[in-house]
Design a protein around this ligand. Structure first.
Ligand SMILES: Nc1ncnc2c1ncn2[C@@H]1O[C@H](COP(=O)(O)OP(=O)(O)OP(=O)(O)O)[C@@H](O)[C@H]1O
Ligand SMILES: [Mg+2]
Length: 493
């Protein structure tokens, strides 16, 4: 019997999520992205393939019911197999409409092609090619068009609509902004439940970027983006649908478990007072509860984005990756002022992750790159680094660092051990060294000799801080205030 395969992909998730500077709206958007394969999918199937049953149970059985089988749902994708091609087409229409209504502004792409289960890899290849064609061919309108006389939504730039307003300011807004805002509390509920399960009743969650435990208004948050390495290849290597389903479910579970581990560990450190006022945190209380200085924005597929107090970004990224068992991943950590435009911060985190990936592509393993953006740095990561991190001897950035091999040249342990040693230096000397590193290496040597100091860590950087045109010491000094001393000794993996 000839089957028809339907592969659905959500595109431009990042623009949809981070188009607004308000965490609340980002969180609502994130929840909507996840939930379209819930109720809206169910409604479309109820309409076109009655008798299909509950979509939430798809992982329990790999069987047809009502003429359709859900192959898998994961990573923003869904694969459905239909016994009748006409039903497949009707389903695509019904599901697009459901998405337009429940998540306006979200872009989805559909591919439809004949499917042969006995030739699973070939059929998937065909669907992916069709998906790529559809992405380049179509640019569906997913929001109501603006006319000359409509007012502009202050958050999305789209047309404002009747009955859509921001409850806080009372201003009229677009429907896509409205739906996202309204969904935010639901997303908070899900995270709250997770925190209660992992950390007990002493902790609460926030959707306010200013309440992540920073000591004051001017302080920093970290935006962390982590993505699994070469996961697409793993999927392409699956010979059967069953293998694909297992891989998809395993990945999702592993990501969630790693995140739960991070929540447990963070709550443990706060509970044990390892992180407290004395080392620069001011955790906001909410009644009896402490607000956890961490908020996931999106977890799913092979990636995660979360925000946390600026001093926790690197540590939590390391711990998350240490919790992954079956695949390597790379992290980008952008430490920015709390009021820095969120989308820009996210873009930096993504660029940093891509920079770490470039290392992983050559050498394998899990890597991390970071940037601490003290001022309102503008431009791409490369531009920022070229303008602010160029010394006369070479680049002042040693990152990315490898997470899974202690003791190597580019291992994160080099960075952390170095910071530990700087804790034994007078701070003014450390800052003077930072200045010297921007100039000729002879100056560094002279400074060290005069001060009677030796550089921490690896001997190869010994007397002037440089080896083959690279230096890790500027990174260490930059990170000094952004890596709590008490956490430095934790084992990376
Ligand atoms: N749980 C999942 N179920 C199904 N598909 C998934 C799942 N997680 C990720 N994917 C798919 O895997 C692919 C991962 O894409 P990505 O851009 O991260 O490339 P990659 O192969 O991991 O390479 P890179 O190392 O550059 O990240 C996406 O196409 C995504 O849809
Ligand atoms: Mg990936």
């Amino acid at each position: 019997m000839g089957l028809t395969g339907v592969l659905i992909d959500i595109t431009s998730i990042q623009q949809y999520l981070f188009g607004s500077n308000r965490l609340k709206e980002n969180l609502g958007g994130s929840y909507l992205v996840k939930s379209i394969y819930g109720k809206p999918l169910q409604a479309a199937l109820d309409e076109t393939a009655p008798g299909h049953g509950d979509v939430g149970m798809w992982s329990d059985a790999e069987t047809f019911s009502g003429g359709v089988k859900i192959g898998y749902i994961g990573g923003g994708n869904a694969l459905l197999l239909f016994q009748e091609s006409e039903v497949a087409k009707k389903f695509c229409r019904a599901f697009s409409l459901q998405i337009l209504v429940s998540a306006p502004g979200l872009r989805t792409v559909f591919a439809i092609a004949p499917f042969h289960e006995e030739n699973f890899p070939g059929s998937m290849r065909e669907l992916h090619q069709e998906l790529a064609r559809a992405k380049s061919r179509e640019f569906p309108a997913v929001t109501v068009g603006r006319h000359g006389i409509t007012a502009e939504c202050p958050y999305t730039g789209e047309a404002v609509e009747a009955r859509c307003s921001d409850p806080k300011s009372g201003r009229l807004i677009s429907r896509s902004a409205n739906v996202r805002l309204k969904t935010a509390p639901t997303s908070g509920g899900a995270f709250k439940k997770l925190v209660a399960e992992e950390a007990g009743d002493n902790y609460d969650v926030t959707d306010d970027l200013g309440s992540l435990g920073q000591p004051d208004e001017r302080s920093y948050i970290a935006i962390v983006h982590i993505d699994g390495n070469r996961i697409g290849e793993k999927f392409r290597n699956c010979a059967t649908l069953s293998e694909t389903r297992i891989l998809s479910l395993t990945l999702e579970q592993e990501l969630e478990q790693a995140f739960r581990g991070v929540v447990r560990e963070l709550a443990g450190k706060i509970g044990a007072k390892d992180l407290c006022k004395d080392n620069g945190f001011r955790f906001s209380p909410n009644g009896e509860r402490t607000i956890l200085p961490l908020r996931p924005i999106i977890i799913g597929g092979d990636d995660i984005t979360f925000v946390c107090e600026g001093k926790l970004g690197l540590y939590l990224a390391e711990r998350f990756i240490a919790g992954l068992k079956s695949f390597d991943a790379c992290a980008g950590v952008a430490v920015v002022k709390s009021k820095y435009p969120f989308f820009r911060g996210y873009q930096l985190a993504e660029e940093l992750c891509a920079s770490a990936k470039a290392k992983a592509a050559g050498e394998g393993g899990s890597w991390l790159d970071f940037l601490i953006s003290a001022g309102g740095a503008a431009g791409s990561l490369e531009e920022i680094r070229q303008s602010r991190y160029a010394g006369s001897e070479g680049p002042l950035v040693y990152a990315p660092y490898r997470l899974d091999t202690a003791g190597r040249d580019e291992s994160i342990s080099l960075l952390k051990d170095g910071i530990s040693c700087f804790h034994k230096w007078p701070k003014n000397k450390m800052m003077a060294l930072r200045e010297e590193l921007t100039g000729p290496k002879e100056g560094v040597k002279k400074f060290l000799d005069a001060a009677g100091l030796t550089l921490p860590g690896a001997k190869k950087f010994g007397d002037n801080g440089w080896d083959s045109g690279r230096t890790p010491f500027f990174d260490m000094i930059d990170l000094f205030d952004f890596y709590p001393k008490v956490l430095l000794k934790e084992v990376t993996q």
